[in-house]
Design a protein around this ligand. Structure first.
Ligand code: PMP
Length: 397
């Protein structure tokens, strides 16, 4: 059956996206997602993955996943509350809590799901959420699932946050007020100003909520942005993903026992969506052991980050306000950004263009994600391509 109204809607909007250069083509990889990838029979230096520490392809995680799969099967078989909670899930949650320095933790199927789960489990009509304007899409959607009033504050603008927190609290309109921020902002690589956010929160009784998808495994000795700032006992919700530096898939919320008990009782993805498969959970457990046991991979990640960022700056590129491995190369014009990324591709470097509406108009950038696994030769190959294409497009001299 065909729906004429749906076809007309899809036709109009797909054409519009394509005309505006916003229709994303998806390139299937013919290899694992390592520092060098294979697509259409060619190899590329990969600067687009979130596999920060190379754990997605680490032999120790692969072995753990295989062994757990042989022992427990490929699926968990049920949602957590029915009979999908394996002893492995509990072990992972205990390890995550110890790693994060919190009383407890609960795991979810993805980082995206954590934000769907946690925000709506505690915020309701009569509440307010103060949200950084550059927060991730999953936070925005998580807020939408509540009936709370969402108040956006200017990106990392602590005067704006303080003023809005004061106004919301003194209005007497709201019962609970939450402040939500990314720990590390995914398009610019800057860190949230958590010490100031915590001070404002304590002055106006705000519930603090940090999504540390890009901080976990990268900052604070691997434990994340909250640990980096020494604020483990002053942030109520710590959210993270197990799909980036941790290398596998899934997400977690870490916090007090009371918070975690409530999420297990009331968060909808926990109650109504099947638990993460055993192999994935076992890989996550191994990853946390590796992160706690040695800083070697993190050190390599930061060395590669410094090397790439220094090289790009020396060539005359702007890398914006990054303070983490996320390395945007700001081009500006959307069309030029797309062309830049396509030319890098032709030169054997895979680094994606990110343009409006993902980032503000006129701030198009090619985003580079160095990892612990890149060799100096791979990064030099990328820098040589950047130099060539940058000159060609008149971006550097
Ligand atoms: N939050 C942030 C800040 C993210 O960058 C991402 C990943 N794009 C997510 C949540 C979602 O994590 P996952 O991929 O595990 O769903």
């Amino acid at each position: 059956m065909v729906s004429k109204t749906l076809s007309a809607f899809l036709q109009t909007h797909l054409t519009e996206l394509k005309d505006r250069g916003l229709y994303n083509t998806i390139d299937p990889l013919e290899s694992s997602n390592g520092p060098v990838i294979r697509m259409k029979g060619r190899e590329f230096v990969n600067l687009s993955s979130n596999n920060y520490l190379g754990l997605a392809t680490d032999r120790r995680l692969v072995d753990a996943a295989v062994q757990a799969t042989i022992r427990f099967g490929v699926g968990s078989g049920s949602v957590r509350t029915i009979n999908g909670t394996l002893a492995l899930h509990v072990e992972l949650e205990e390890k995550l809590a110890a790693f994060k320095g919190t009383e407890a933790a609960v795991s979810f199927q993805s980082g995206f799901n954590c934000n769907m789960a946690a925000i709506s489990a505690v915020m309701d009509a009569g509440d307010a959420i103060l949200s950084d304007e550059l927060n991730h899409a999953s936070i925005i959607d998580g807020c939408r699932l509540t009936k709370a009033k969402v108040i956006r504050y200017s990106h990392s603008d602590m005067d704006d946050l303080r003023a809005k927190a004061k106004e919301a609290r003194e209005s007497g309109t709201f019962e609970k007020i939450m402040v939500i921020t990314d720990g590390v902002f995914s398009m610019d690589g800057d860190m949230a100003k958590l010490p100031e956010i915590v001070d404002i929160s304590e002055a106006y009784d705000l519930i603090t909520y940090v999504d540390d998808a890009h901080g976990t495994g990268v900052l604070g000795g691997g434990a994340g942005t909250v640990k980096h700032f020494g604020l483990s006992d002053r942030i109520i919700f710590q959210i993270g993903t197990l799909s980036k530096a941790v290398g596998a898939a899934g997400g977690y919320v870490a916090g007090t026992q009371q918070v975690i008990d409530w999420l297990k009782a009331r968060s909808r993805p926990f109650l109504f969506s099947t638990a993460v498969p055993p192999g994935t959970v076992a890989a996550c457990i191994t990853a946390i052991d590796i992160l706690q046991g040695s800083k070697e991979l993190q050190d390599r990640l930061w060395e590669n980050t410094a090397y790439l960022q220094k090289g790009l700056k020396a060539l005359g590129f702007s890398i914006g306000r990054t303070a983490t491995p996320i390395t945007p190369c700001i081009i500006g014009d959307e069309e030029k950004t797309q062309r830049f990324s396509s030319r890098l591709y032709e030169e054997g470097v895979y680094a994606k263009a990110i343009v409006f509406p993902t980032v503000p108009k006129g701030t198009g950038r090619v985003r580079n994600m160095p990892t612990a696994e890149h060799s100096t030769e791979m990064l030099d190959h990328a820098l040589t391509a950047y130099e060539k294409v940058g000159r060609e497009l008149g971006l550097i001299r």
